[in-house]
Design a protein around this ligand. Sequence first.
Ligand SMILES: Cc1cc2nc3c(=O)[nH]c(=O)nc-3n(C[C@H](O)[C@H](O)[C@H](O)COP(=O)(O)O)c2cc1C
Length: 208
Amino acid sequence: MKRVVLLLALCVTALLSVWLITESQKKSGVIEAIEARRSVRAYKDTPVEHEKLELLAKCGVLAPSAMNRQEWEVRIVENKAWIDGATATYLKAVEGTGKADYMLTPTFKNIFRNAAAVIFVGAPDGVFSGENVGCMAQNIMLAATELGLGTCFLGSVQMIFAEPAMAEHLTSLGFSDGYKLRYALAVGYPDEAPEAKPRDMSKIKFVE
Ligand SMILES: Cc1cc2nc3c(=O)[nH]c(=O)nc-3n(C[C@H](O)[C@H](O)[C@H](O)COP(=O)(O)O)c2cc1C
């Protein structure tokens, strides 16, 4: 009898150990999203659900910011006519300069890396301004990944909207006085599945 109890105890311990190891190796949704996220530059025409865009913006605002000042403004464009209008204005303004050449792939749809929706983020100049809006961007991109959406961080909008011809489009985003356009995030249902770009893990060092 004693032997049976001992055997059972051993079996239970072994099973428990296997379960504990498996559980500890399981990845959370966030880690899975971090590993799955890619910059996507080809999107389906399928519009992004309004509620999903709302949720993404909320996830952005839940990001940390220095002293919780939340010095950012988020402007969401889901209107295809706005996106196409801005694209037409920009392409006309820079025609012959080569400035837009890098975007003009055979599957070109718009200057926002062909996205169905665009989230613009503005912030005033200031200490930690870049850090704040950077945290916001990553929240949005990871949440989008979890929702099956692709994103692409677009720093290039700073240059695009600096073109004098783009002034009206920039104004229509309605950023408050003192707020500058920092970046945009292309958002949409991916029409490509890019490989992960290489990362240099030797940048990480534990300090003794
Ligand atoms: C600050 C910043 C600016 C970027 N600007 C652009 C851009 O203007 N256009 C673009 O296609 N990608 C842009 N990217 C995306 C990067 O090219 C991309 O993150 C990088 O190549 C790594 O690829 P991955 O995002 O797929 O891991 C930007 C990324 C960051 C963080």
